[in-house]
Design a protein around this ligand. Sequence first.
Ligand SMILES: [Zn+2]
Length: 373
Amino acid sequence: MLVLHDEATLLHETIEILNGESMRALESPSRILQLVSAISQAHPVHELRVLSSTSASLENIQALHDLVASTHDKQYLEHLRTIHAAWVKAGIIQQSGSVLPECFPLQGLTIGTPKPPRDLNARPGYFAFDLSTGIAEHTWTSALASANLAAEGAKLIVRGRDGLKDPTKDVLALCRPPGHHCTTNLAGGYCYLNNAVVAVEALRHWTTPDDKRPLRIAILDLDFHHGNGTQSYFYKDPKVFYASVHGDGEYPYYTGGEEETGEGDGIGTNLNLPLPLVSSLEAYLEKLEVAMDRLGSFKPDYLLVSLGFDTYEHDPLGAFAIKTADYRVIAEKARTAAGLKSVPALLLLEGGYVLDALGPNMLSFLAGWETAK
Ligand SMILES: [Zn+2]
């Protein structure tokens, strides 16, 4: 597996309110360090390629900014870029502090459509839906680096490595912060930019214009939590099929039901498979098989996987009973599904919070994925 990493993804460090307490966010730079270490030790089975969005060519930076700007709300992006400095300048926090929301413009609280507030303390609540997504000094830099890994991964699976078309090569992007909860105008669940959304638009951007048929893209979300942001972006899009296996009734709480099947032209291209808590591999595979059947029948040109390891049995934010060895089985099942076996795939890192299990869980998953090819 070709694995993409950018050291700028390590810069973002913030706090969250969890279980009534303010603490360092469980989504930490150490997660990536654990994965980089495990993947480096597995060389040459896996190849780690280090990119740098901060020193990329102007052309690449412009392409990245265009992709992010075309997929996310303009005022939201401005907020992400500037709010930390504004709070420091106003004396609300120190340079090392984090911006967190105070008040949300919820339904029933406002009359008409609320506007972005001028008050600096009010603004974070307008652009977020929870208290797990603090904005610190380097959050924007890391979020952009994370989106860049998704975009570069997309470019690689379209064009092939080093410009040589090689459809047998899949790519794993070690995205951090993760992306699938971001709705493109609201941060939440540790997510600031939606990397899967950026990747889909990058796939469309890099595909040669002589291919007249619109691309068909399958997204398999294997994080413990429902990817509400990715679902909402593609909810009416008949060319993107989103399927998710996730904890029933769990965060983000208000999405992920089986009745959410798409809207308008997109009806039938959204599949939610909530799974009861404490489910083990057997129950998980039953849901996964349903997801793979539907994604395979869609006959996609590309497969994106939102890959989270908070399905692991000891994860503090998950509640399944998946063990390290199970990830190999899950990956094999996903990679060998009818209609998907030869489809180029891009894996995007989402959650997973047991630090010393992240490396073994990822290697187990990749072993299954590569064997299946
Ligand atoms: Zn998650």
